[in-house]
Design a binder for this molecule. Structure first.
Ligand code: PEP
Length: 263
């Protein structure tokens, strides 16, 4: 279903009216985690000023340590819905448990499946049946074939509104959090008709790498990028070191100006 063999035209997925697909580069930006209403609204305004047309933000955070901040849950979803109301930005947010899919889908415009759940087949089937577009991160240990098969689980439940997101893979390198596999962009686009975006924040794990990796993603043909921004990253409860701050956003805006949204 996701293969390009039977569907030679590349697809566009619409999220709350915003297209992700060939012809433009969609910027999705916002906080890694929803922490407070003020922090989320400020991050959303920073994102919009840089050219974002979709808001990201995690209410359910799959953390390596069980002692790390796990997200606000439904209270976070309510904050996201309120910020959507104030800014007009449709919301992309992660769901980590098949049992929460209906709840998250009742607030979100797009459901995100994260790298750690990229082969959680029960979750993939549940988001496939939820009636909302899905962003499927590549598993950090997944081959491109495994990533596309994960997308097939979603499509098999009747949902072809799937966007693939390359977010870095595990390699021997420790200078970055994960290694961004830029070649995955043209490869996945050649094999699948689904749009392919890149997460330069979670792959590199460092603020200084986000803009260079964004440029690399766009040069490789990515249909969008998803980027963490935070008004005060030194106080962030999740992944502060990779979040862009006000001072970085002018340059991001200059990169994005070349790709006006196709509304
Ligand atoms: C995220 O985007 O919030 C996230 C946790 O990303 P990943 O699943 O790629 O680590």
């Amino acid at each position: 279903l996701v293969s390009r063999d039977n569907h030679p035209e590349r697809s566009t997925v619409r999220v709350g009216g915003v297209p992700i697909g060939p012809g433009t580069v969609t910027l999705i930006a916002g906080p890694c985690a929803v922490e407070t209403p003020e922090q989320t609204l400020q991050a959303a305004r920073m994102a919009a000023a840089a050219g974002a047309t979709l808001l990201r933000g995690g209410a359910y955070k799959p953390r390596t340590s069980p002692y790390a901040f796990q997200g606000l849950g439904e209270a976070g979803l309510r904050i996201l819905a309120d910020v959507r109301e104030r800014t007009g930005l449709p919301v992309v947010t992660e769901v980590v448990d098949a049992g929460d899919v209906a709840l998250v889908a009742s607030y979100a415009d797009m459901l995100q499946v994260g790298t750690r759940n990229a082969q959680n087949f029960a979750l993939l089937q549940a988001v496939g049946a939820a009636g909302k577009p899905v962003m499927l991160k590549r598993g950090m240990n997944a081959t491109i074939e495994e990533w596309l098969m994960a997308a097939e689980y979603i499509a098999q439940r009747g949902n072809l509104d799937v966007v693939l997101c390359e977010r870095g893979i595990r390699t021997f390198e420790t200078a970055t959090r994960n290694t961004l596999d830029v070649s995955a962009v043209p490869l996945a686009q050649r094999l699948s008709h689904l749009p392919v975006i890149v997460d330069p924040s979670h792959s590199g794990g460092h603020r200084d790498l986000v803009l260079p990796l964004t440029r690399a993603a766009i040069a490789a043909g990515a249909d969008g990028v998803i980027i963490d921004v935070h008004p005060r990253p030194d106080q962030a409860l999740c992944d502060g070191p990779q979040a862009l701050v006000d001072g970085d956003l002018d340059e991001l805006a200059r990169v994005m100006e070349r790709f006006p949204p196709l509304l």
